[in-house]
Design a protein around this ligand. Structure first.
Ligand code: G3P
Ligand code: CA
Length: 242
């Protein structure tokens, strides 16, 4: 059965990558969440998409130039009334003690090669005993391989945005058990063959009804969507028809 992952939390309706967006994803019945991480000046793993805080918060500048204490004072809810701090990964893991959700952590280390990021994340995953509920993904495939070498027990999945030839072979070559492609790159045959090879396929960012219908019909491993409610409704409609 296709799992539904809420992209940056339930980001269609709530400020992305905030505890509220994660809690709301859980509330509506998503199977998992996807979130993005960067590293502060003093080495804290924080949940924010961009290298700079400008787009999503009340502040300006690079995440890497803030201490954790400083970045916590920013408001990650630019449009709403309620102040939302940027979460730490620790805060997310504390919350995960109260549920069974899966968490896809996207390491945002493609532009800034944060030194020690993989080690810190893996140490936290092990401390919280979450190895079987985490998927590490990144557009930086060197980081994917490095993560696998550090922690072969944690699933990894390369992200990619354009056509990749035989992605199931590529995934195996870097010891990944999943792939996270842009949905536009995927044919049904690629999905089926990848899954036959034991590679989970979790495309992003699946928001269109027709894409959801296609992926649910062929029982794709998971979808990553901004709108988990829409996805759940379409999934249940398809299941009734099958
Ligand atoms: O993990 C899938 C997706 O989040 C990758 O792209 O830019 O939304 O982080 P982006
Ligand atoms: Ca992401």
């Amino acid at each position: 059965m296709t799992q539904i992952f809420a992209h940056r939390g339930y980001s269609l309706a709530f400020p992305e990558n905030t505890m509220t967006s994660f809690l709301e994803a859980e509330k509506v019945g998503a199977d998992g969440i996807e979130l993005d991480v960067q590293l502060t000046k003093d080495g804290e793993i924080v949940v924010i998409h961009d290298e700079k805080v400008d787009r999503t918060t009340s502040g300006t500048g690079f995440v890497k130039d803030f201490t954790f204490k400083e970045i916590r004072n920013l408001n990650a809810n630019k449009i709403g009334a309620k102040k939302e701090p940027i979460p730490s990964l620790i805060e997310v893991f504390e919350w995960m003690k109260s549920n069974n959700l899966i968490c896809n952590i996207e390491l945002k280390n493609g532009k800034i090669p944060y030194k020690g990021m993989e080690e810190k994340i893996i140490q936290l995953i092990r401390t919280y005993q979450l190895s079987d509920r985490i998927i590490l993904s990144s557009f930086n495939h060197y980081s994917i391989v490095y993560s696998y070498r550090l922690a072969p027990e944690i699933e990894t999945a390369p992200l990619y945005s354009e056509g990749l030839y035989m992605p199931w072979i590529y995934a195996q070559s870097i010891c990944s058990k999943g792939i996270h492609p842009n949905v536009a790159t995927l044919t049904d045959a690629m999905i089926k063959t990848s899954m036959q090879y034991g590679i989970s396929v979790r495309p992003y960012t699946v928001n269109k009804i027709e894409d959801m219908e296609r992926l649910f019909k062929i029982n794709c491993s998971a979808i990553i969507t901004d709108d988990p409610i829409k996805a759940l409704k379409i999934k249940s409609k398809i299941e009734k028809r099958l």
